[in-house]
Design a protein around this ligand. Structure first.
Ligand code: ADP
Ligand code: MG
Length: 140
C-alpha cells in the first residue's frame, strides 16, 4: 500500500454548524494524518479556479456562491491510499446515497451542501494541495 497525500475541505455548511471538530475526529480516527491545515474564506476567483473542472456544469454558479458563503477549513491529509480512503470516509456526493458511518451521511444537508471535499485522484490531489498550500506549510 502506498502512502499518499490528499486534499480536504470542510465546507461552509459544516463550519457554520460547528462541525469542524466532529469531522476532524472522523478523519483522525480513520488513521489519516493532518500534514497542513488552515481556515480561509475563499474569494470568487479562488473558488472558480478551484472548481474550474466544473465550469460548464449547470450548478457551477451556485456551487461557487456556496463555497464563498463562509469560511472553510482546508487541509492536506496523508496515509495509506489516502485519496481513496478519504473518498470512502466522505461517502457519496449525494448524502441520500452515502453509506452509514460516512461524513456525508452523518452531516451533509443536501447534494450541494455536502460538508466536505476530497481529491478524486493523484493528479488532482497534487494540484489541489498546491492550490492552497506552499511547501513550507506542509509541516505535519
Ligand atoms: P465530489 O465532491 O463528490 O467529488 P463532484 O466533483 O461531482 O463531487 O462535485 C463537486 C461538488 O459540486 C459536490 O461536492 C457538490 O457540492 C456540488 N455538486 C455536485 N453535483 C451537483 C448537482 N447536481 N447540483 C448541485 N451541486 C452539485
Ligand atoms: Mg470532485
Amino acid at each position: 500500500m502506498a502512502i499518499e497525500r490528499t486534499f480536504s475541505i470542510i465546507k461552509p455548511d459544516a463550519v457554520e454548524r460547528n462541525l469542524i471538530g466532529d469531522i476532524l475526529k472522523m478523519i483522525e480516527e480513520s488513521g489519516l494524518k493532518v500534514k497542513a491545515m488552515k481556515m480561509i474564506h475563499m474569494d470568487r476567483a479562488q473558488a472558480e479556479g478551484f472548481y474550474a473542472v466544473h465550469k460548464e456544469r449547470p450548478f457551477f454558479g451556485e456551487l461557487v456562491d456556496y463555497m464563498i458563503s463562509g469560511p472553510v477549513v482546508v487541509s492536506c491529509l496523508e496515509g495509506e491510499n489516502a485519496i481513496k480512503a478519504y473518498r470512502e470516509l466522505m461517502g457519496a456526493t449525494n448524502p441520500a446515497d452515502a453509506a452509514e458511518g460516512t461524513i456525508r451521511k452523518r452531516f451533509a444537508v443536501n447534494l450541494q451542501n455536502n460538508s466536505c471535499h476530497g481529491s478524486d485522484g493523484p493528479d488532482t490531489a497534487k494540484t489541489e494541495v498546491a492550490y492552497f498550500f506552499n511547501d513550507d506549510e506542509l509541516v505535519g
